[in-house]
Ligand binder design. Structure first.
Ligand SMILES: [Zn+2]
Length: 342
């Protein structure tokens, strides 16, 4: 068999992985159908956040298992983009130093556009949820998301959640709401709800008082909202601010709209200029959230500025996305580009 450059490295990386008790595959339990097997095996386990116990995610696991059997062939091609940075530097020294080739990694990073920077930062979470690999066309041509229960799902006007998708772990976070009484929109997925509680705690300690306004929204509710808006202002205008059913992040249970008394708990742009809005923008990522629809990015996200809409994506991912200063769409796009180039 021909010796591909780096094959030795990968074998070593695998040896280390297996020595570590095969935790790599298990740790990636957010795993969605589209997972590219090599990426799963070769990257370090994500933050504990990935541990969603979602039956539909479990069903999608099998694709990652074969990778454990045939590492020598597959991984040599695909992961050469990114994992080279991590495993190659630290791990070989421990197990088989004799065969390591320390000269190779230095050839890699020359990338004028800075895509490598994003690619290097990207962990399994991103590679396993690349938009191009997590979508399929329905019979009527609609692009339907195949990883709806992933914490890293990308939902937008080009990517529809299945109309039947309802998160299985919805719960009500213990935070103050802008309204009283029971409502489905108080809910978020379990992990997101816990993170929101921490976010609100952190805000409180900083002298910032936030209230939650709107979280989970079912497909049917979103449909009712959109229809009402479309009736009032026309479908096109409605589409700029409210989502078509299936295209709302609120259906994932990972989004929450938050606001403050300073704007009467309204969901309006001026919230972004308040001390509460500024605190949120600055600290959301510390708790695993991103401001999903930043100012000036309507062309990319499809939505006007929404300083009140936070999306849970886990601490690791939030930190990477925030560091990139890109929208979630652009972040994934950059990875797609570097993945195909490689
Ligand atoms: Zn929202």
């Amino acid at each position: 068999m021909r010796k591909l450059p780096g094959t030795g490295r990968w074998l070593i990386a695998f040896a280390v992985a297996f020595a570590a008790g095969g935790l790599f595959i298990q740790a990636e339990s957010n795993g969605d159908s589209a997972a590219a097997p090599p990426a799963v095996v070769l990257t370090p386990p994500p933050v504990a956040s990935a541990g969603t116990t979602d039956p539909s995610a479990a069903a999608a696991e099998p694709p990652s298992l074969p990778a454990a059997e045939g590492p020598a062939t597959k991984p040599a091609t695909k992961p050469s983009t990114k994992p080279a940075t991590k495993p190659a530097t630290s791990k070989p020294a421990t197990s088989k130093p004799a065969t390591s080739k320390p000269t190779e990694p230095s050839k890699k990073p020359v990338d004028p556009k800075g895509t490598a920077r994003v690619a290097q930062a990207a962990s399994a979470w991103a590679m396993n949820n690349l938009p191009s690999k997590t979508v399929e066309r329905s019979k009527n041509g609609t692009a339907v998301i195949t990883n709806p229960s992933s914490l890293y799902v990308l939902v937008n006007k080009e990517r529809n959640l299945p109309s039947s998708y309802v998160p299985k772990d919805l719960t009500i976070p213990d935070v103050p709401f802008s309204f009283s009484g029971d409502s489905p929109k108080k809910q978020m997925r379990k992990e997101a709800a816990a993170a929101l509680e921490k976010l609100f705690d952190g805000a409180w300690k900083a002298g910032i008082e936030l209230k939650a306004v709107s979280g989970y929204r079912s497909y049917a509710t979103q449909k009712a909202i959109f229809d009402r808006n479309a009736k009032a202002k026309g479908a096109e205008e409605a589409n700029r601010t409210s989502a078509h059913p299936g295209q709302s992040e609120h259906q994932t249970g990972l989004a929450m709209d938050v606001s403050s008394a300073s704007v009467g708990y309204a969901l309006e742009e001026s919230f972004g200029g308040t001390k509460e809005g500024r605190w949120l923008a600055k600290h959301a990522a510390d708790y695993g959230f991103i401001i999903r629809y930043p100012q000036g990015e309507e062309r990319i996200t499809g939505y006007t500025y929404e300083p009140w809409h936070v999306r849970y994506i886990g601490k690791e991912a939030a930190a990477e996305v925030a560091r990139s200063k890109l929208t979630l769409e652009a972040f994934f796009d950059t990875l797609e580009a570097s993945a195909t180039k490689a």
